[in-house]
Design a binder for this molecule. Structure first.
Ligand SMILES: [Zn+2]
Length: 627
């Protein structure tokens, strides 16, 4: 299909940079057409015909684990476009019609590994199509039995769309560079409540047969992976004038207490990088099978309950998801080669929010933990390995493919380095202006660097040389100008770890007053080989297997399993049976699988039992390790 010049002009002219509420037509966000912005993981040809708005009308069936109904798509197409191509994966499509209800011809192409199947629809002049379909056992959706919830009485549904899973329950163009507004009407059985990553449009209404219909709307164009749903026996508690938390009734007080700083975090984030543009900031604390720490679904951050420690020591997770309201949701990586634009920028921003709220000491400690994660990844992968580039080369730029130590942690170190070289005030002003100039639009590494050069470096050759921008983004390893963490951040705990090698003990009184970050640091710095007596003494003196902090518990279990410590197996089994967060689950199975004849039978026995309780995201990773 030929490109029409007028079509491209239309795209540019229709863009509303601030994403104000649409009057009649949906806001249309531009698409990028440069080679580095292309997404090989979509079948869509957005330069020919693209989806601009999705209207879902779906019913949830918990018995058959099916969503069924329709998706009505608004299409923006070149005048001579004959077809629009959608992404799908496992959808059962029974028909597609035009706005008048007349059937449209369509074909479903062969499935491609990691991509699903293209749905090619003849549009022949129509600019709105309705796909009638159902999705059973969609990978994005996890249907939980009542016993997998905290309350134990009602089933639960949660979704995870990023990176390419939403095509398993929504027939649309599932690419981060093709932004869409959306609305939804969702029917669920009573007494379940439905929430989505859009604003609630009024009270639920009776839909007959013991069911209720909930309606939602997102009037800002978003990357389609950000359409999210959860349903269960959930209740709401207000946290501030524009924030609140949803969770199961038995979790509500604990969750709300952990999140009391949310409104302050939003204020801090706005002070740093400009207005919060999404209206409300609500969160849902999910059952522990949620595969990620958090997911930045707009106006409804999804959170694992494992961040609840009782002392707000792990609320960096909330700062992270909130920061995505700028880096990731407002300005979005155009494809998966540039995930670091979402995650690295957010990890940097997260640390700035932590500094604003809790002070430099905690921020420096968390930055030092992140730096150590990066160093670990560089050591494991090798400093010449292209997987350690921020911008990933095509063969490594698969969805969910980058190493977190790079796209999160090296990305954050890059921005911290630029900040240190140019000065905080100038850097902050530039980053705010970057978000502003690219609000509600996709972006690439090349655009990020070009914008930085134009608006921050401004032709200063000496500054350009100091920054080493291309080396940071396009080369593996760590550039020589990297800003290292404050050595004072962990001075005391590093000394204690060194002393342990000589004395064999850690002072429980010192441990008791350490921060969560210091405790994590100690566990990471202890000798990796310990015998049963040493492990028993550590557990007894520091209360490791009884800690309420899941990051600390995870590090303890990992250390214990790496040393084939039998007494830790029941605790590990309990943890793996209740928590589905991939960051914890995968390394523990990996630790077991690496332990000669001892670990693999234990891993296989536990996984046979726990696999059905994990989301497809976690299953996909652990399958490769254990099966
Ligand atoms: Zn993130």
């Amino acid at each position: 299909m030929r490109l029409l010049a007028s079509f491209l002009l239309l795209l540019a002219g229709a863009c509303s940079p601030l994403g104000d509420t649409p009057q009649t037509a949906a806001i249309v966000s531009p698409i990028l057409t440069t080679e580095d912005a292309k997404d090989p993981f979509t079948f869509a040809q957005p330069e020919v015909a693209r989806v601009t708005h999705v209207a879902l009308n779906l019913a949830l069936d918990f018995d058959t684990q099916t969503v069924a109904g329709s998706a009505t798509l608004d299409i923006l197409a070149a005048d001579d476009a004959d077809t629009v191509i959608l992404d799908s994966n496992g959808l059962e499509i029974s028909g597609i019609t035009d706005e008048g209800g007349a059937p449209l011809a369509f074909t479903v192409g062969d499935a491609v590994e990691g991509k699903g199947s293209p749905v090619t629809v003849s549009i022949d002049g129509t600019r709105q199509i309705t796909v009638v379909y159902s999705a059973r056992n969609a990978e994005a959706l996890q249907w939980l039995a009542p016993q997998q919830t905290a309350g134990g009485k009602h089933p639960y549904l949660l979704s995870q769309g990023q990176p390419t899973l939403n095509r398993t329950w929504i027939p649309t163009q599932d690419s981060p560079g093709i932004r869409q507004t959306w609305e939804a009407r969702i029917i669920a059985p009573e007494p379940l409540t439905v929430v989505m990553s859009g604003l609630v449009m009024g009270e639920p209404v009776a839909a007959g047969d013991g069911k209720r219909a909930f309606t939602f709307k997102m009037d800002k164009p978003v990357a389609p992976y950000l359409i999210a749903i959860a349903a269960g026996d959930i209740v709401f508690k207000e946290l501030g004038p524009r924030s609140g938390v949803w969770t199961e009734p038995v979790m509500l007080e604990r969750a709300a207490n952990e999140l009391t700083d949310t409104e302050k975090m939003i204020d801090a984030a706005e002070k740093l990088y400009g207005p919060y543009r999404w209206g409300r900031y609500d969160m849902i604390v999910l059952p522990p099978s949620f595969p990620y720490g958090g997911m930045e679904n707009p106006v409804m951050t999804f959170l694992t309950p494992t961040f609840i420690a009782g002392d707000k020591s792990l609320t960096g997770l909330v700062a992270h998801e909130l920061a995505h309201s700028w880096s990731g949701n407002l300005v979005t990586n155009a494809n998966w080669a540039d995930s670091w634009l979402n995650e690295g920028t957010t990890s940097y921003f997260e640390n700035r929010i932590i500094e604003e709220l809790y002070g430099a000491r905690r921020a420096n400690q968390e930055a030092a933990l992140s730096f150590a994660e990066m160093e670990k990844t560089l050591a494991e992968e090798g400093v010449t390995n292209p997987i350690t580039q921020l911008h990933l080369p095509p063969d490594l730029a698969i969805p969910d493919g980058g190493a977190s130590g790079i796209i999160y942690d090296k990305g954050a170190v890059f921005l911290r380095t630029v900040e240190t070289i140019v000065g905080r005030e100038k850097f902050d002003a530039w980053l705010e202006s970057w978000f502003d100039r690219h609000a509600f639009q996709p972006a690439t590494s090349a655009m990020f660097l070009a914008d930085m050069r134009e608006n921050l470096v401004k032709g200063d050759a000496a500054l350009e040389a100091k920054l080493m921008l291309d080396e940071w983004v396009y080369q593996p390893g760590l550039p020589s100008n990297a800003v290292r963490p404050d050595p004072a951040a962990f001075a005391e705990v590093d000394a204690a770890a060194a002393a342990y090698a000589a004395s064999g003990t850690v002072d429980p009184a010192a441990w008791a007053k350490w921060t969560a970050a210091e405790r994590q640091r100690l566990l990471a710095k202890l000798p990796r080989e310990l015998n049963d007596q040493q492990l028993a003494a550590l557990d007894r003196e520091l209360g490791l297997s009884k800690t309420g902090n899941n990051e600390v518990l995870f590090l303890w279990l990992e250390l214990a399993l790496e040393n084939r410590y039998d007494p830790a197996v029941p605790a590990a089994e309990k943890f793996l049976s209740t928590v589905g967060r991939r960051k914890f689950v995968a390394p523990l199975f990996e630790a077991l699988m690496e332990q000669g004849a001892w670990g693999p039978p234990i891993a296989k026995r536990i996984y046979a039992k726990t696999r059905p309780t994990y989301h497809a995201v976690t299953q996909g990773t652990v399958d490769k390790l254990v099966m």
